[in-house]
Design a binder for this molecule. Sequence first.
Ligand SMILES: *[C@@H]1O[C@H](CO)[C@@H](O)[C@H](O)[C@H]1NC(C)=O
Ligand SMILES: *[C@@H]1O[C@H](CO)[C@@H](O)[C@H](O)[C@H]1NC(C)=O
Ligand SMILES: *[C@@H]1O[C@H](CO)[C@@H](O)[C@H](O)[C@H]1NC(C)=O
Ligand SMILES: *[C@@H]1O[C@H](CO)[C@@H](O)[C@H](O)[C@H]1NC(C)=O
Ligand SMILES: *[C@@H]1O[C@H](CO)[C@@H](O)[C@H](O)[C@H]1NC(C)=O
Length: 512
Amino acid sequence: MAVGHNVLVLLLAVICCVGECKKRNVLLVIADDAGFETSVYNNTVVRTPHLAALGRRSLVFQNAFTSVSSCSPSRSTILTGLPQHQNGMYGLHQGVHHFNSFDGVQSLPLLLGQANIRTGIIGKKHVGPGPVYPFDFAYTEENNSVLQVGRNITRIKLLVRKFFQTQRKEEEERPFFLYVAFHDTHRCGHSQPQYGAFCEKFGNGQRGMGRIPDWKPEYYTPDQVKVPHFVPDTPVARADLAAQYTTVSRLDQGIGLVLAELREAGYENDTLVIYSSDNGIPFPNGRTNLYGSGTAEPMLVSSPEHRERWGGTSQAYVSLLDITPTLLDWFSIPYPSYCLPGTPTTPVSLTGRSLLPALVSEPSPAAWHTVYASQSLHEVTMYYPIRSIHQGAYRLLHNLHYRMPFPIDQDFYVSPTFQDLLNNTLAERPTGWFKTLQQYYYRDRWELFDLRSDPEETVNLAGDPALAPVLESLRHRLLKWQWETGDPWVCGPDAVLEDKLEPHCRPLYNGV
Ligand SMILES: *[C@@H]1O[C@H](CO)[C@@H](O)[C@H](O)[C@H]1NC(C)=O
Ligand SMILES: *[C@@H]1O[C@H](CO)[C@@H](O)[C@H](O)[C@H]1NC(C)=O
Ligand SMILES: *[C@@H]1O[C@H](CO)[C@@H](O)[C@H](O)[C@H]1NC(C)=O
Ligand SMILES: *[C@@H]1O[C@H](CO)[C@@H](O)[C@H](O)[C@H]1NC(C)=O
Ligand SMILES: *[C@@H]1O[C@H](CO)[C@@H](O)[C@H](O)[C@H]1NC(C)=O
């Protein structure tokens, strides 16, 4: 956290309150499995006028990353500022997966509530336990259909309106934090296949699909779509992407409705608006991977108090771990001192930083050039711990259990793109993909990529003697971050963590 800046903001807040106290609110919009399929990031095919309008009022980050490529873990990091291995949400929350954050975690909604800020959530929550993530106003999958609160943009619009109406009724109007978590553009094939691979037919007015009054579906043909480098270029994958694009149009129009409600309720000029997504798109090498294709995220930050860089772009490396420090900075709330199981004797500290200074001027590249990531599971059966660091031109991944095949999730398994890849591989036909399934399943323990010469991450340089010092330095920094964040996996896979008295790694002599 930029401490100096915090103090300044706190000071300003105090000064302002002597005269007229300026209200500050937050609207956080998180899409589900969404990527760069928007004109804001120069996709010239998909039509996203509402995101484009928000982009003109935002600083657009070109190097924003999630710290974990899985839904519940990512949402837990957004709402705590702590990586999954530190807050305890190692995998998915729902059903048999059953993951939760530690009871003692001081989450963003908890801290904001204690600071007398009204909290609301509409859409996909997917984190727990309840007392760690309390919201004053909640319409989520916990007591509603996730299709209604997460994809029916008319319903979402009405819920946002209800939030603002009840906000107005409050005697002493409190500042608010409203978190709108769309379920678009998540896949649908595993849960509601009748609506299409991306639920792109849900509410489109066709027979049996119902109607979402505010949605005007946009359709695309397979030959139109832009195939990302990590998606196989086949007719099946193109049709899959075209369906995804249609769902993007529902997300975009939904964002337009939410922003219109904000404007009509009169909060546009005192609300910080952040738009991002939880993890990579649900295609091979995307979601559940810590490669760039699984971790790069759209990130728009729109502050009515920082208009200097509206419509501009930033190269600064930023993380979803920065969202909690940014909001605490915006509201001038200090982070409390407390401990968690991973570091029982050292108080928890946030390793992210407030993004507000970047809204004023581009940060020095030397200072904002490192992001970390940490994955343990997705579904409960998908144990595949990875730790990674991305610094400057290099990304280093540590695949702790590299001798196991990389696991595949249920939702992705049934997707047309993956079925096509399996079929083509089995039949020894060309797959149209940039790697083989064998390579995808079996990875090296260390993977090092030079993103200047190899942005698609195809050549592992970990064994290159010329890069040995780079590898060593990255490994050292990654380990340092793991110790700082109380990572229980810090000694794996060739040692055991002994944490009585002085925590240290004791060797296993297991040959890895
Ligand atoms: C989009 O392209 C323009 C022109 O090449 C470039 O200046 C801008 O930075 C790009 N925006 C993003 C978000 O990549
Ligand atoms: C939905 O459930 C949440 C948490 O269980 C609760 O706080 C909220 O009041 C409920 N909302 C409605 C509308 O029932
Ligand atoms: C979406 O929500 C609106 C408002 O609640 C409702 O009238 C409409 O039937 C819903 N559409 C679908 C497809 O469920
Ligand atoms: C918000 O600020 C803009 C520019 O200063 C101004 O034109 C607009 O009227 C303001 N809106 C409200 C609701 O105060
Ligand atoms: C894959 O092969 C199976 C069995 O032949 C077939 O039923 C299925 O339609 C194929 N899927 C794709 C996406 O080609």
